[in-house]
Ligand binder design. Structure first.
Ligand SMILES: Cc1cc2nc3c(=O)[nH]c(=O)nc-3n(C[C@H](O)[C@H](O)[C@H](O)COP(=O)(O)OP(=O)(O)OC[C@H]3O[C@@H](n4cnc5c(N)ncnc54)[C@H](O)[C@@H]3O)c2cc1C
Length: 480
């Protein structure tokens, strides 16, 4: 059996054999226009769902994982650095409380798992959301029905088409009148290569490389105990892992730790110590500094990862050589058993290749949002309120919200994402007054890092390392 495909304006009509079943196109029964599609059932996607439910708008949430909060679950053992009062959405709270939910103590710091178990899971189970939520549904691409990126006339009236791969491997096409893309960045971590491209041999070395934030003192202990780990990256994910590894080294002989950063020194990660205007950041940095100066962690500065050379046919049989080639020609290398790539995240723009997006050249956000969240200028708490006006692309009806909206900036906070969700859903409802009435309130300090985030939740004790840790603090970079 074959079908006929027009290859372009001037090419011959070609035939090609079917290689798979034709995708089905789903338009929910009884509705005159398709629903709004929300991509991702993380905290911000579910906040959008709650906002849409309150406004009585039809929607469908498509979640790639087999449960809601699938990405947060991956770092479930890590403590959040912001307390509960900043971690829940107002519409979600209203719906939950009407169903008898009891909000957790607003001043306590949940772990990622608690955020999923105590908030996202009950939210997703509400009757206003559960029938409209599909797990195991990964959006692979988005376009507009009958319109490639080039075609303009009538474009805005054409529904979106989302190509969705389901858990059983089949493909569906789902129509939507608008798309709220809250798919996050967790699934697309940055590569190890210092120039943003995968280092030479990085793909072949995948078995030696782990994602940021492994559960070093828990489920992943066996991976790191008695081994030499190289941690690459200069943000809080790297610091969290380094401090956990230092804790592990106290009870697992042979555990060795090397920390590689591109910078000439680690002062930005250390912060200002006692002189830091943010005391908690100062203490966190001081702890890491202490571990480096006492030789528990070997710091390699000016390290520009360029090539990875496995020394065996698998990590259980041997280590890996990591070679740095700096722009000034200086070469250095280190041999380790494992690598933790704590090099940050980037949004997956491949989903939207057929849409008309305008992206800031530096950070991959909308150009209007970029200057508001530039990590060189803003910490988590100083990002100004923003909403639909800053989140609008030339492709009308498509909005990325949540951590994806921040592109490569590491300063995203849930509270910001909830306000984005509120503004965008108000605009989709035609309520422009509410959409532009921005109400974001973030404390300037006290939410961006905590000892919990660097180990208290996993057993690191201040006393053990002879340095007091605190339970809240702030930093210019949340999670990179
Ligand atoms: C370790 C860590 C600690 C953090 N601590 C805090 C904190 O204390 N306070 C704070 O405010 N922020 C914190 N953040 C930052 C941020 O709030 C979180 O990253 C948060 O999870 C972002 O929510 P989100 O809904 O935008 O994205 P995510 O939580 O990443 O959710 C995205 C969802 O989309 C799904 N998905 C992805 N691709 C597809 C697809 N193609 N099709 C369908 N579904 C898809 C994923 O499975 C996932 O469920 C932290 C981040 C990290 C990594």
């Amino acid at each position: 059996m074959s079908d006929t495909t027009q290859t372009g304006c001037c090419g011959p009509a070609a035939t090609r054999p079917h290689t798979a079943a034709a995708p089905r196109t789903t338009v929910p029964a009884g509705s005159t226009e398709p629903p709004i599609a929300v991509i991702g059932a993380g905290p911000v996607g579910l906040a959008a769902a709650a906002q849409l439910a309150e406004r009585g708008l039809d929607f469908t949430v498509l979640e790639a994982g087999d449960q809601v909060g699938a990405s947060v679950r991956q770092w479930g053992h890590v403590g959040l650095f912001s307390p509960w009062r900043y971690n829940t959405d107002a519409a979600a709270r209203r719906l939950l409380e009407a169903a008898g939910w009891q909000a957790p103590d607003p001043e306590t710091l949940p772990t990622g798992s608690q955020l999923v178990d105590d908030y996202l899971t009950p939210l997703a189970a509400l009757p206003q959301i559960a029938p409209r939520l599909r797990t195991g549904a990964r959006v692979e691409a988005i376009s507009r029905a009958g319109y490639d990126r080039l075609r303009s006339v009538g474009r805005e009236d054409a529904p979106f088409v989302l190509r969705v791969r389901t858990a059983d491997g089949s493909v569906e096409q789902i129509r939507a009148r608008a798309v709220i893309d809250a798919s996050g960045t967790w699934r697309t971590p940055n590569v190890l290569g210092a120039n943003g491209l995968p280092a030479l041999g990085e793909a072949e070395a995948a078995a030696w490389i782990g994602h940021a934030l492994p559960d070093v003192l828990g489920a992943d202990r066996h991976v790191f105990a008695g081994r030499h780990t190289l941690v690459a990256g200069a943000g809080h994910s790297a610091a969290t892992t380094l401090i956990a590894l230092a804790e592990l080294a106290q009870t697992a002989p042979g555990t060795a730790i090397t920390w590689a950063i591109r910078g000439a020194d680690a002062s930005r990660t250390y912060g200002g110590g006692d002189a830091d205007q943010l005391p908690a950041r100062g203490r966190l940095g001081t702890l890491l500094h202490h571990l480096v100066t006492t030789g528990k962690i070997t710091l390699l500065t000016g390290f520009f990862t360029d090539e990875l050379r496995p020394l065996a046919d698998g990590p259980e049989h041997g280590g890996i050589r990591v070679i740095s080639r700096a722009p000034d020609g200086v070469e250095q290398s280190v041999t380790a058993d494992r690598i933790v790539a704590a090099t940050g995240y980037r949004p997956d723009h491949s989903l939207t290749g057929e849409l008309r997006l305008k992206l800031d050249a530096l950070m991959g956000t909308t150009p209007e949002l970029a200057p508001l969240i530039d990590p060189n200028l803003h910490s988590c708490g100083t990002v100004p309120p923003h909403g639909v006006d800053e989140l609008t692309h030339p492709e009308s009806g498509y909005h990325a919200i949540g951590v994806k909206s921040y592109g490569r900036a590491p300063t995203f906070l849930l509270a910001t994402g909830y306000e984005q969700a509120r503004s965008v859903t108000a605009a989709l409802a035609g309520d422009w007054e509410a959409a532009r009435d921005m109400r974001l309130e973030l404390p300037e300090t006290g939410v961006c890092s905590s000892a919990n985030a660097v180990g208290l939740g996993t057993g690191i004790s201040g006393g053990l390392l002879s340095l007091p840790l605190v339970t809240s603090g702030a930093s210019g970079s949340c999670c990179g």
